[in-house]
Write a protein that binds this ligand. Structure first.
Ligand SMILES: Cc1ncc(C[n+]2csc(CCOP(=O)(O)OP(=O)(O)O)c2C)c(N)n1
Ligand SMILES: CC(=O)[C@@H](O)[C@H](O)COP(=O)(O)O
Ligand SMILES: [Mg+2]
Length: 631
């Protein structure tokens, strides 16, 4: 670690450095971030883009009295390094180590634990109002990217904040990129604002004025007043932000420390909402990331000298993308919709081949579902490819705009289940539960790529209602020899006459099958029920299980409201008198760790399953047998 950075042991230590040392500090921060992400994986390009901004924020504001809310939070690495977490930074995204996102548990300089986009203005506004009510003078700053500004929630925040008579600073970090190139009218508008010549003149004169601003110290007050006056004269009056009640300043060079510090110092003094528009470059300071900011947005460990290789969409996402292309050739009504996750969901080749049927709607999951409703109403067959965790945003739209209208919308739910290093905010462990409450939906959980294709093509062919096909992050696991697609809602494998049953779905089937084989070798014969369609469950599943003495259900999902609970209640109604054990995710939030380590911890790997079956068969040893049917 660089010498300046290693001297920063606590929040606000940065204030002990001289102005002249700050560029070197920025270099050290960049080095630290590049090396750590090369070792551990993580979000590189976005973090490299905000190094100067972060340094400027920490120079001007005092944490934790003042609060910085990073939108999404994937760009908070420099902030971590400057708030007493430099020593532990090498543990970033590792099990037991620092989170890759802001985390309240980690530091009181992280006001919120975040990972989902477009929420910063709302939460910063609430915090600011609370401070005001409590008589707390602290400032609140929201840093939001141009990509995050495509999310509707951001406008709800802006709308609400516009009339505030208190200092609230929103920094728009405009790098013209979401994960892919930013899309939509707002992106176009920002590029217009950035490029408008009259505007640039104003910017130049503002910058010239700012350069004359004295150093922090005695002369600050008059300097700030002077700059405020100059800025007032040069303010660009016609931005949407100005119209919404914000004082708008910018766009400024977001890599120019002196300008940033001066503007922030000025903005701190204004008892109104202020929006500071800065232009930054994603990947700044690492040539590979500068050249391909999209690939370096978030990535696995790589060789720093050689850079990362672009593997393209692989695993389930790759299979989904290929299937979509194949289906689109046969059916010209098939459309693909993504909420700013084109590459992650495997839709790049669909976009290239079927440009007029591909829609990146920005980070706008609610809109995406309702937009799909419109497409469906107009006779198209929309497939919304979305990560499980982000679909949470669109619950009402599924019910009101989709299910109630009896429209055919297909959800391709990627990253369903444990996702690994992104951790708590990104685990896909809620959809299987909340989709139970969406009337009429059919949800499939393929274990293998050909099952995914089969399910998707059935949905495209099927009647008019909501469908979801949910599949995990990464690749398919063990496939039993001779395993064939059944095309049925469930299948029964192994010792079909046994009174001991394992039930599961999705990728856990692979582990369950291996567990079943291992148990058989030790004389414990089980049947294995694989659920292909998890909502609604086929009544045949109940028939296959109701005479069992012991049923153990493994589910990579939150227990409350999940498939295991639902099956339990169906069995109960059918008069099941055996022991029903559910091994699901009990804790609401599962921390970051490698995906398979997490499954192991949760007892959802092969060994965990073997243990659970043994325990279920010997309940008295654990002293829990008399407690009823469900455990
Ligand atoms: C609700 C939601 N949808 C999607 C994402 C995935 N996501 C994370 S960062 C990102 C792009 C953000 O772009 P921007 O705000 O401009 O930040 P940048 O990376 O460019 O600094 C996306 C789409 C998310 N975190 N939350
Ligand atoms: C910050 C964010 O929300 C995304 O960048 C997310 O981390 C992507 O996850 P995958 O790596 O699984 O595509
Ligand atoms: Mg951006």
């Amino acid at each position: 670690m660089g010498t300046l950075l290693s001297g920063i042991k606590a929040p606000n230590d940065i204030k002990n450095l001289a102005d002249s040392q700050l560029p070197e500090l920025c270099e050290e921060i960049r080095e630290q971030i590049i090396n750590t992400v090369a070792d551990n994986g993580g979000h590189l390009a976005s973090n490299l883009g905000v190094v100067e901004l972060t340094v400027a924020l920490h120079r001007v504001f005092t944490l934790p009295e003042d609060s910085i809310v990073w939108d999404v939070g994937h760009q908070s690495y420099a902030h971590k390094l400057l708030t007493g977490r430099a020593e532990e930074f090498s543990t970033l995204r590792c099990e037991g180590g620092l989170s890759g996102f802001p985390s309240r548990e980690e530091s009181d300089c992280d006001p919120f634990t975040t990972g989902h986009s477009s929420a910063s203005i709302s939460s910063a506004l609430g915090l600011s109002v609370a401070k005001s009510l409590a008589g707390d003078p602290g400032h609140v700053i929201a840093v939001i990217g141009d990509g995050a500004l495509t999310g509707g929630l951001a406008y709800e925040g802006l709308n609400n904040a516009g009339r505030l008579n208190r200092n609230l600073i929103v920094i728009l970090n405009d790098n013209a990129m979401s994960i892919s190139r930013n899309v939509g009218s707002m992106a176009r508008y920002l590029s217009y604002v950035r490029a408008k010549p009259g505007y640039l003149n104003a910017k130049d004169s503002i910058e010239a004025a700012l350069c004359r601003l004295p150093k922090i110290g005695e002369a600050m007050a008059s300097g700030v007043r002077r700059v405020k006056n100059v800025i007032k004269k040069n303010i660009f009056n016609t931005t949407i932000f100005q119209d919404m009640g914000f004082n708008y300043y910018g766009p400024f060079d977001g890599h120019d420390l002196r300008t940033l510090i001066s503007v922030l110092t000025m903005a701190r003094e204004i008892d109104k909402p202020v929006l500071i528009h800065i232009r930054t470059y994603k990947g700044r300071g690492y040539k590979y990331a500068e050249n391909d900011p999209s690939m370096y947005h978030g990535l696995s460990a790589f060789d720093r000298e050689k850079g990362a290789g672009d593997a393209g969409a692989q695993g389930f996402s790759g299979a989904f993308g290929e299937t979509m292309c194949a289906l689109a050739v046969e059916n010209d009504r098939l459309c693909a919709v993504t909420a700013a996750m084109e590459t992650g969901t495997g839709l790049t080749s669909f976009k290239e081949k079927f440009r007029n049927r591909f829609f990146d709607v920005g980070i706008a999951e609610e809109h995406a579902v309702t937009f799909c409703a419109g497409l469906a109403r107009g006779g198209m067959i929309p497939v919304f490819a979305v990560y499980s965790t982000f679909l949470q945003r669109a619950y009402d739209q599924l019910i009101h705009d989709g299910a109630l209208q009896h429209l055919k919308i297909i959800l391709a739910i990627d990253r369903a289940g444990i996702v690994g290093e992104d951790g708590q905010t990104h685990q896909g462990i809620f959809d299987a539960a909340f989709l139970h409450t969406v009337p009429g939906i059919h949800v499939y959980a393929p274990t293998y790529y050909d099952e995914l294709s089969d399910n998707l093509s059935d949905c495209v062919e099927g009647d008019a209602h909501l469908y979801a096909v949910r599949y995990p992050r990464g690749k398919a696991l063990f496939r039993p020899e001779g395993y064939k697609l059944s095309g049925k809602p469930f299948g029964v494998y192994g010792a079909v006459e046994s009174h001991t049953a394992i039930v599961t779905y999705g990728r856990l089937f692979s582990f369950a099958y291996e567990a079943m084989l291992a148990l058989a070798k030790t004389g414990v014969k089980c049947k294995l029920v694989k659920l292909n369609r998890i909502i609604p469950l086929d009544p045949g599943v109940v028939s296959a299980l109701k005479d069992c003495k012991t049923v153990v259900f493994f589910e990579e999902s939150i227990r409350t409201g999940g498939v295991a609970e639902n099956l339990g209640s169906m069995l109960s109604e059918a008069g099941f008198a055996g022991r029903y054990v559910m091994r699901c995710i009990e804790e609401g939030f599962v921390k970051h760790a490698p995906m398979f380590r997490t499954l192991e911890h949760l007892g959802l790997d092969k060994d965990g399953m073997i243990r659970a079956v043994h325990e279920a068969l010997q309940p008295r040893l654990r002293g829990i047998s008399e407690k009823g049917m469900w455990t």
